[in-house]
Design a protein around this ligand. Sequence first.
Ligand code: ADP
Ligand code: MG
Length: 450
Amino acid sequence: KWAHILKTVKQEYNITDISFKTWLAPLEIFSVQKDTLVILFPTDESNQMSLNYISKKYELPLKVTIAEITGKEYHLQFILPGQATNLKPSDVVSQGHRLADRENFLSSHLNPRYTFDTFVVGANNRFAQTASLAVAESPGQAYNPLFIYGGPGLGKTHLMHAIGNFILQDSPSKKVLYVTSEDFLNEVIESIRNNSSGSMSRFRDKYRTVDILLIDDIQFIIGKESTQEEFFHTFNALHSAGKQIVLTSDRPPKEMETLDTRIRSRFEWGLMADVGSPDYETRMAILRRRCEMDRFSLPDEILDYIASNIKSNIRELEGALNKLIAYSNLEKTTITMEIASRELQNIISPDTPREITPQLIIEMVSEHYQISVDQMISKNRSSAVAKPRQIAMYLCKDMTSSPLEAIGSLLGGRDHSTIIHGANKIADEYNSDEELHKQIDAIRKKLNPS
Ligand code: ADP
Ligand code: MG
């Protein structure tokens, strides 16, 4: 019925395919109260902007259509995944255990799209994939911890979510928690700052009562003393209770020089699995799978062009494909070799040095931290977004000659003093924070490979 309602909205309001796919198709009924429908937009938790947009633009059409079809007027409430837990239990009418499972799923912070089914296996990742599957099938018993490492864009985060999704599919009431190590870090800092006995014990309750803890990009806790300490205790508590721990990192433990040796030895207790760069066949298979999923077809010649030129990062491989899909949808045209090579010029031919613009820096920094450009320019002040934003300010000031006002306006209309402040803050930290130093150098290198 919900699908029928969405289809009707699309028809009656002449909504284009791309708008429908972006805003309406993902919507799910989260719960039904007496006269309120709680509608979930299952996306990244901090995507409040999209949510506001949806309720502004589509609330009325939805309301009207729902009333027409069900004969009843509902008040609509739109929520994002993380907000589901803010609803009071009385807000949610019981739909039996499936709703509880749904809520359990949402509090896991897992991305439902990252599953084993959508993961293409090749020589580069076969070991990591089998290890992950073993862990998913027998959490706490196969390998504990499982430590997955490798370069950016090679599928570590995807595998980690796949483990969590598999476990929840199998046992929907298990408590799975996915966090980035930055989330973890921020929560440690926050509970120390609050300095009330309550906040620390809430933190411990949260992390020590899970069945499966997934911490992504653990390299970010290196050198953060109290976070390492807290992680160490969390690790021990979970491990000795037989709970599964999965970690990812951009490098193996032995290359994490300043890591506390007690922690390093624990990483090495379980199994370490690396993911490497995919070979040509795997790259082609990934592109084909992606096309299939998006019901999009491209001539082999073009798939080959992408796969032969983008070798070491699957995120970039997908990015290239997405760019062509978007182009084809917008221009309502099929993709020719000529269009492909023109549209992918920035991504593919690195020998022609490209101009470093604030726009490019903002895109690169967002990509590096895996946040959207929308988030970069938003008012969001959580450090997972604010930090990359300041790094972009720093790099724009350092690497381009753009006036501060122009940089500010690209970054969501911030004034020049905000830019100076952000840039200076990073400039200070650049000298004192080794990890940040590395990150920034890596971004610089991507911007300017020579
Ligand atoms: P990492 O965490 O190693 O930086 P991700 O897991 O975020 O990389 O992967 C980047 C993108 O590439 C994701 O969209 C992911 O789904 C995709 N991807 C990576 N490896 C594979 C694979 N083997 N099969 C299909 N998609 C993949
Ligand atoms: Mg990742």
